[in-house]
Design a protein around this ligand. Sequence first.
Ligand SMILES: [Zn+2]
Length: 258
Amino acid sequence: MMNSLEIVALPAFADNYIWALRARGGAVAVVDPGDAAPVLAYLAATGTQLAAILVTHHHADHCGGIDDLLARHPAPVYGPALEAIDGVDRPLADGDQVALAGLGIEFEVLAVPGHTRGHIAYYRRGMLFCGDTLFGAGCGRLFEGTAATMHASLARIRALPADTQIYCAHEYTQANLRFAAAVEPDNAAIRDRVADTAQLRAAGRPSVPSTLAVEAATNPFLRWDAPAVIAAAQAQLGRPATDPIEIFAAVREWKNRF
Ligand SMILES: [Zn+2]
């Protein structure tokens, strides 16, 4: 199954990725097309047809290209029911199934609020398209949610199978790893990932997708119960704390100032 689906990162703006999923028959679904141009170029270069647009949340760098795509390639547009997004005609809520007939695949919708109020992610065995919720070694800013909300969303993601590939929407991994190393200077997995990521970026390749196993070992925003992260959060707070939400919140606020 996996071999019949090709997944390509289409760079957009300064550091966004639009994910293009291409089935063997030539049907393509794109995730978070903030800009139509890279998608149109990809469809033209590969001679493929747009079969679906999937959106994770309402920020313009994730959905700003929808209108221009639809003008040339009519297709169903899936997105969060809780957010008003021009062009979305298939509103989705937690637990919904998305059957992409043209690609022969199906996703399950996970509500992952925190970055925005209605943010959703698309999951199927082996892959998660998570927008701005989880990044390589980082997580999204809390624009419309509380630390408790985001922590609950990240806890749901952390409970997925460890081999799940994490397709996030930005190339932020190197900067995030600098923060991760500050939180956990003695974490060897973070040191390894710094080296691996530097190699990928030097070769002009995306640092994502990663796997959930890698994120669980190196991402401070999934490590609220790791002793070293708890200790670092306590040092930031200047007082004892162990509550997972409090630890997560302290690390998130530290990152905002980092
Ligand atoms: Zn966003």
